[in-house]
Design a binder for this molecule. Structure first.
Ligand code: 2BA
Length: 109
């Protein structure tokens, strides 16, 4: 079994959930925040059999679009200035950032 962790844009989140349900895959959606943009994104946890990984990757790929995003600077307001960007930057946010991890044990009680 594998755990697929997919960080995607909020805009794609409903479409991806619907596609997973239609294809009988179970998933958990977590509200998350990107470390760089400090903007909301969505993290999916999807537990699947090894042989289903490619199907799920296809569904993620087919439902998550890369987009350009212009990021306005946010003042650190006395906080940690390490990641402060003092001018607007345009970044391409990927369709999905996906990690695939082996699952040692899976139980449902
Ligand atoms: P963020 O960290 O908010 O990053 C959003 C986008 O900003 C990234 O898109 C990338 O294009 C750009 N970016 C990130 N760090 C940068 C930097 N130091 N300098 C210049 N540009 C930078 P994606 O790569 O598609 O990532 C989208 C989101 O996926 C990320 O949001 C983060 O939440 C997650 N992510 C990406 N790589 C990750 C990783 N290695 N580990 C954990 N989460 C990751």
């Amino acid at each position: 079994m594998k755990l697929i962790i997919a960080v995607i844009q909020d805009k794609d989140s409903n479409r991806l959930s619907n596609a997973l349900v239609e294809n009988n895959f179970q998933a958990t959606k977590l509200a998350s925040t990107g470390g760089f943009l400090k903007a909301g994104n969505t993290t999916f946890l999807i537990g699947v059999k090894d042989e289903e990984v490619e199907d799920v990757l296809g569904i993620i790929q087919g439902n998550c679009k890369a987009r350009e995003q212009l990021v306005a600077p946010v003042s650190p307001m006395g906080g940690n200035a390490d990641s402060y960007v003092p001018y607007p930057v345009e970044v391409q946010v990927g369709g999905a950032t996906v990690f695939i991890m082996p699952v040692e044990q899976f139980e449902k009680f």
